[in-house]
Ligand binder design. Sequence first.
Ligand SMILES: [Zn+2]
Length: 213
Amino acid sequence: MRVETFLKRNYQLHHVIVIPHYDDEIIGCYQLFVDAVSKPNKAGNDSIVIMPVFCGEPGVVESDSHRRQESLQAMVYFRSTLGKDTDNIGICAPISLGALSSSILGYICGTGVRSSTKLNCIWFPDPLYEKHPEHILIGNFGPLMSSVATQNNPASNNVLFGYYSINMQAPYVQPLSCKEADGKARVCEIFTSQAGYFSSHGEATRFEGRRLA
Ligand SMILES: [Zn+2]
């Protein structure tokens, strides 16, 4: 059973997906978007915020503006094709690596989280299985933030930390059903700037999985 399916038995989920690059949210977490827009539970839909983090010079972010547009188009696709024009998925402004820990701490200590009846899930690239240097670098904030949160923050019992991987060799990554794989491939096609990646990494559209910290 998927970890999110297990969690949803009792809670409405609010996801924060930390991404080093636009498209990582789809490669690693496509199923979370499908759930959020198309599978409401009694309490209402799950919600998702994508948190882009950049490691390099400011100019790199500017060159990412085209890729950001692709991620925004993917959100429109989810809403218009699978959902009922919901506004429960979105992308925040990119933050620098230096601001990542304060952004996450600010989030988990915020009144929104403390008073929330939702279970908050913060997803990082998996520092154990990722291969891209920026994924490893940003992913290593996951265990750090998780330990800081559990030691210092009384609100942390409604915050969970988890990991996704774009490395489809990670042990918890599983084949998707044909229907899911077709849907994921369609969303990946929106990322035209990454067509070369997807043609040489076809497995990225056919597999997926996450683990909790
Ligand atoms: Zn990436």
